[in-house]
Design a protein around this ligand. Structure first.
Ligand code: FE2
Ligand code: FE2
Length: 135
């Protein structure tokens, strides 16, 4: 059973970013399955790497669009991305230092921030970017 299910109320009205968010939900579910299925450590490490790469890829994509359209809240949004990235990479570093329980803590953190960030911070750019013709 997936840990996290995508629902329409998470849509930010921009197809590319909705697709990214859906992929993030998938990767979080993969990490959940990898962690609870007792996968070898090396495979768990691989899932963690894909997830952290995708998070950074998605953040840069949003930042690029916000910058291109001179979204007034781009800077505070970018700072929030930085904090989330630092926190995620901190969990990954702890995993590589040998902390076995990190996956559970990371999942709890990711599910709550992804939902909060999409609902509060990402949704804020919807009206502005849609008015610029981004969809
Ligand atoms: Fe964002
Ligand atoms: Fe986002």
């Amino acid at each position: 059973m997936p840990l996290f299910t995508w629902t329409e109320d998470l849509s930010v009205g921009i197809a590319e970013f909705d697709a990214h968010h859906r992929r993030l939900v998938e990767l979080i579910n993969e990490l959940h399955e990898a962690g609870s299925g007792g996968l070898p450590r090396v495979d768990l490490g691989r899932v963690l790497l894909s997830l952290s790469h995708y998070i950074i890829y998605h953040f840069l994509a949003e930042e690029e669009v916000m910058h291109r359209w001179q979204y007034p809240e781009a800077e505070s949004h970018r700072r929030e991305h930085m904090l989330l990235t630092e926190k995620t990479l901190g969990f990954v570093a702890a995993f590589h230092r040998g902390d076995e329980n990190i996956t559970k803590d990371l999942l709890v953190f990711l599910v709550s921030w992804l939902q909060n960030h999409i609902r509060t911070v990402d949704k804020k750019y919807q009206a502005f970017l849609t008015a610029k013709g981004v969809h």
